[in-house]
Design a binder for this molecule. Structure first.
Ligand SMILES: Nc1ncnc2c1ncn2[C@@H]1O[C@H](COP(=O)(O)OP(=O)(O)OP(=O)(O)O)[C@@H](O)[C@H]1O
Length: 298
């Protein structure tokens, strides 16, 4: 398959009118059909980046191409190829869930079936309810439904599952997996690292407006940060050994003790473990980002 970049960003910069530089020279590509997770602490610059790519904000510098178009000059045809779930909930109207979705579906040339989308976000029982009468998590599901109704080629999801209960998050993951199977390209931001690990093919980590790591979900943080830990106990106390070959360590312990070592655990660092180390390692780059990162780690 030939590669086709659905998003291409080079040295992207955004300085707000306050003089604050929220995005400070980041570069990445997203291939067609790929799910890319943009991760980072509060205030890192994720939403600013996404909003530039959606065409909602102008950049101060650098290059950006989305579905082959500069987002600062994207017309209606280009917008119809995008699906957007903004960070803040905008839908609190006096219309029903089905009415709102039918209305939005009418803007697109090849929309999905309204009732199928309502079912996919778990709102069938609320299809006739007014949006303003829904709970926060249910309204968020409406946002997600509105983002996918137009059968987008590229879907932007800015913290899509905030306010979802655990069951709804798992249903949402199933919906995203289905969209991935259909070939949808997805740019996701989330503070749920398990969500990024479940859905993402690759991730970029932003802190203080800079990209501090980028790579396959299973490789973010590098080999050292991902080295498994073997932990066990014996009469002299608890022991730990970091090793790329945990099986060999376990075999050695078996040989030495003639049986199952007490309290044996093989711990593989999760994306969350790796991410927290990466972001903590970035502390000190600026007073403000340090404060934000510490808040996140607290
Ligand atoms: N309109 C604005 N004017 C000035 N500064 C802004 C504006 N919007 C955002 N910022 C600042 O830019 C920085 C990046 O904000 P942004 O919303 O992109 O972060 P984020 O990574 O999406 O954070 P979160 O995880 O909290 O959503 C923050 O310090 C924020 O205060």
């Amino acid at each position: 398959m030939t590669s086709e970049k659905h998003v291409s960003v080079r040295d992207l910069r955004k300085t707000y009118s306050t003089g604050f530089t929220a995005v400070d020279g980041i570069s990445f590509d997203i291939e067609r059909g790929e799910t890319f997770a943009l991760l980072g602490p509060n205030g890192a610059g994720k939403s600013t980046t996404i909003e530039i790519l959606e065409g909602y904000r102008d950049r101060s510098g650098g290059e950006a191409t989305v579905l082959g178009v500069d987002p600062q000059h994207g017309g209606l045809d280009w917008k119809a190829r995008l699906g957007i779930v903004l960070q803040s909930t905008g839908e609190s109207g006096n219309v029903s869930v089905r009415e709102q979705l039918s209305h939005f579906a009418s803007f697109y040339p090849n929309p999905r079936d309204v009732d199928e989308v309502i079912a996919a976000v778990g709102l069938t029982e609320k299809a006739k309810s007014r949006i303003k009468a829904l709970s926060g998590g249910q309204r968020r599901r409406v946002d997600v439904a509105l983002g996918v109704i137009g059968r987008p080629e590229l879907l932007f999801l800015d913290e899509p599952t905030t306010g979802f209960d655990p069951e709804a998050r798992h249903e949402f993951w199933d919906l995203i997996r289905e969209l991935k199977r259909e070939g949808t390209t997805i740019l996701l931001t989330t503070h749920y690292l398990d969500e990024a690990a479940q859905l993402g093919d690759r991730a970029g980590v932003i802190a203080g407006g800079k990209l501090i790591d980028i790579g396959a979900i299973g490789e973010i943080g590098g080999r050292d940060a991902r080295t498994p830990l073997v932990r066990w106990r014996d009469s002299s106390g608890v022991h730990e050994e970091r090793t790329l070959e945990p099986g060999a360590v376990v075999a050695r312990l078996y040989g030495a003790s003639g049986g199952e070592p007490e309290g044996l655990e093989v711990i593989r660092p999760s994306l969350e473990d790796v991410y927290l180390k990466l972001v903590a390692g970035h502390i000190g780059s600026s007073a403000q980002s340090t404060e934000l990162i510490q808040e996140e780690l607290a």
